[in-house]
Design a protein around this ligand. Structure first.
Ligand SMILES: Nc1ncnc2c1ncn2[C@@H]1O[C@H](COP(=O)(O)OP(=O)(O)O)[C@@H](O)[C@H]1O
Ligand SMILES: CC(=O)N[C@@H](CCC(=O)OP(=O)(O)O)C(=O)O
Length: 296
């Protein structure tokens, strides 16, 4: 007989989790797995286990992954310079080849293998597969510090998603397969484009009207001016925090993607620390959750 304290603790966890598991049954959850959250073997296995458990709980998990730091190290090994403008990687022809190789090749297959090792059937894809995503050359303007003049950036083969066809993803949702998707997509012009993984995940989640879009990054969520975690944030408050500078750097495009996804029909978006083991399960299946939930 287990000791009574641990027995009641287990019972409390289960009785809390089960109603949440029912709430997500049959629903789509898109998980964006960022490059900064990767790298540690045990954390990777914990992530894969969470995704496998979601599928076993009859949730429809879809993984969209990044790999910025891994692309940077491969470019460095090849003696190619990494350059960012407005948070996006300037992508010439050679860089695009490396980006596709790293994202749709090694990282994608590593994640597939980790999920398969948990007894599931993951399938590695990118926007090209099943005509899933078409992109066009990204247009972005920036203002240089101290200047009010807007300047248009030429980012090369950086794309933004313009069409998402859900046929393949709908088919996979009815199957045993778990899609793992790299943010690379073709254009109608025949080029291959490099898409920021947050933007790509937002487009996929929006097109599916996902119940949740989770962003796994390297901080606990959106932090306030005193560096305290904000558990829930309305779209309005998020805009105010961007305007007053509390949300800055890489968190700006992430939160903007969250707001766009909400506008496109995603029910709730959460920013979480991917370095916390099993953060996906805790977020979805406990009352307190984890990270920052952003709602309309
Ligand atoms: N208010 C804020 N709350 C949390 N993180 C913030 C905030 N403002 C800026 N950041 C920065 O945003 C970073 C996350 O964005 P980014 O590095 O682009 O993530 P990823 O590479 O995982 O997509 C954090 O590591 C942090 O330095
Ligand atoms: C256009 C652009 O910047 N694309 C990103 C794609 C990978 C990505 O977004 O990875 P993380 O989520 O790990 O940052 C890049 O080349 O780094």
């Amino acid at each position: 007989m287990p000791d009574i304290e641990s027995f009641s603790r287990d019972a409390a966890v289960l009785s809390q989790a089960l109603p949440y598991m029912q709430r997500y049954e049959g629903k789509t959850v898109v998980v964006k797995y960022g490059g900064h959250a990767m790298g540690d073997v045990e954390l990777g296995q914990a992530f894969a286990r969470d995704i496998a458990l979601l599928k076993q709980s009859k949730v429809n998990p879809i993984v969209v992954h990044g790999g910025g730091p891994q692309i940077a190290s491969m470019l460095k090994n090849l003696g190619i310079e990494s350059k960012f403008e407005g948070g996006l990687r300037v992508t010439d022809k050679r860089t695009m080849e490396v980006v596709e190789m790293v994202l749709a090749g090694s990282i994608n297959k590593e994640i597939v293998a980790l999920i398969n090792a948990e007894g599931e059937w993951a399938i590695g894809l990118c926007g090209k597969d099943g005509n899933m995503v078409f992109a066009k050359k990204a247009t972005k303007t920036v203002k240089d510090p101290g200047s009010n003049i807007e300047r248009e950036l030429d980012l090369g083969f950086v794309g933004e998603p313009v069409e998402v066809d859900r046929t393949l993803l709908d088919l996979l949702a009815r199957s045993e397969m778990i899609p793992v998707i790299a943010p690379v997509a073709p254009g109608r012009d025949g080029q291959t484009y490099n898409i920021n993984a947050d933007t790509f995940a937002g487009a996929i989640a929006g097109s599916l009207g996902a119940k949740r879009l989770l962003f796994l990054t390297d901080v606990d969520g959106v932090l306030d001016a005193n560096k305290k975690l904000i558990p829930e944030l309305s779209a309005r408050d998020a805009r105010a925090l961007i305007a007053d500078g509390t949300i800055n750097g890489g968190m700006i495009p992430k939160v903007e993607t969250c707001l766009e996804a909400l506008d496109n029909g995603v029910e709730g978006v959460v920013i979480l620390n991917g370095k916390t083991p099993h953060v996906v399960l805790v977020e979805l299946f406990t009352a307190h959750g984890a990270g920052t939930l952003i709602v309309r």
